[in-house]
Design a protein around this ligand. Sequence first.
Ligand SMILES: [Zn+2]
Length: 495
Amino acid sequence: MSVESSSEKKPALRPLPSVEMALLPNELRARRTKRLVVSGVVGAVVLGFAFVWLIRSVLPETWAWVEATFDPNDKAAALAMAPTDGTVTATADGGVEKEPSPEERLALERSRPNARYETLFGGVPSFRGALLNAGLEAEECNQIEQALQHIVDFRRCRPEHRLVVERDENGALKHFEYHPSATEFVEVSRGEDGLFRAEQIRIKVERDAVARAASVQTSIGDGLMEIGLPAGLAAFFTEAFEGRINFPIQARKGDVFRVIVDEERVDGEFLRYGRLHALEYDGQRTGNAQAFYYEAPNVPGQFYDDTGRAMQGGWLRTPLRYDRLSSRFNPRRFHPILKRMMPHLGIDYAASTGTPVWAAADGRVKFAGRKGPSGNLVTIRHTGGFESHYAHLHRIKGGIRPGTFVKQRELIGFVGSTGRSTGPHLHFGLKKYSRYIDPNTELNGPGIRMAARDLPAFKEVVAQRKTQLSSIADAPELIAGVDEPLVEQVDEIMD
Ligand SMILES: [Zn+2]
C-alpha cells in the first residue's frame, strides 16, 4: 500500500479510519456473531440445495412424486403418476369440475386438440419445471428431455427463453420447440414410430452494412449512443487505432467519427448490431485515420489501413485497461518529493487497484517479485533484445515466476501502489539492448502487410467502403479550432 513509503517523508498524521484498524471488543463480538449467523444460514441453504439435487438426480421418480404431492395446483403432474398413454385425453375430458382455477383452466386450454401456444421458460429452477408450466404431462416431459439431453445444455436455460408446444387433433403432443436465442432453436417432433427426435435449426439472419457518423462531445462511447449504436463499439476505435491515435491525449471536442456496421435482422425485425466493417476518425489533433476490417483467406480477420497493412503491430501498446495516462516517458523529470532531477523511464497508467495487467508481447519472465522502489515487479524478456517492466503491482499472478513463458495479453498481475508510489498505477517500462526507451514511440511499429495475392480483392472492398463512408447523409463536420480536450487533466501520480 502507498502509506508505507510516503509516511517516511511526511510528519506523523493521525491515520484515517480504514478496514485495517483494530476493532473494539464489543465490535469484535458483534462481528463474530454476525459471521456465525451468516455462515449458518448459508450452510443451511447449501445443504438444502444439495439434498434436493441428490434426490432429483438419484431418485427421479421420488422427485416427480414430491413435486406432484407438494404442488396442489399441478394436476397434470399428479395425474401423470399413473403411467398410461391415455393421460392426455383424460385431462382434456377432465373439465367436469365446477370452478377450475386460472392455472387449471390454462392447463386445460393447453391440452386441447390442435393447440399451439408459446410460453417463457420463466423463473423455474429446472427444464422440467418449465415444461410442466407449459402444460406438458410428466410422461411428455420425460420424452422431450430425453430427446434434448445431448443437444441442449439445460444449465444454460434463461427465464427469457421461449417454448412452443403443439398438439395433434387427439390432444397428444406432436411438436415442441425450444428457442434459446433469436437466431437458433431446437425442434422436437414425433416420428412415425412414435418416438420424439430433436433437430437444431438455425434461423437466417439478414445483414445490412449501414454507415453512421457522429460528433464527439464527451467521449466516443457517448457519440455512439447518440446515434443509436452500442457504446461498447468504442473499444474497437482504441484497438484498431492503437498504433496511430492516443485517444486520451489527442481527442478533442468536435472531432468526428464514422462507422460501417452490420445491422442484423430476423424476419425483417431488428435483432442487433454485428460486425464492424470500417472505422474512420477525423480529429483536430489526430488528423484523419481509417481502418477496414477484412478476412483474407486463411488469415484471421483484422483491421487494415487502406494500403493493406495491419493496424496492429506485434505489441500491445497498453498492457491494461487504464483510466488515464498519469506520466509519460521523460528523461528529464523533476521529482517533487525527492526534490531532484529523476528521469521517468516509462509510462504511468493510472487505474484502480486490482485492474488486470497483461504481458505486452510473448516472452519469458525474467524477474517476478519485490524490488525496492519498483514494489512488486515483473520483467519479461522478448525477442529482438526487448525487455518489458511492470512495476508497483498490487499482486503478481500465481505461477508467474522466472522462466515462465507468457503469451501476449496473458494476465501477469494486478495494478497496485507497492514500492515508491503515491497512488495505484502501472509503471510500464521498456528496454532495448539494456537501454530504456520510450514505449510510445517504439511499440507502434507498423503491422504486417497483407499477402500480395489478397490485395486486389481487398482494394475492391476498401473502395466500396470508402464511398459508403464519404456519402453518409447529414454527417457532422469536424469543428476545428476549439482544441478542448475531452477529459480533464488530473494530478500526476509520482513514482
Ligand atoms: Zn512510473
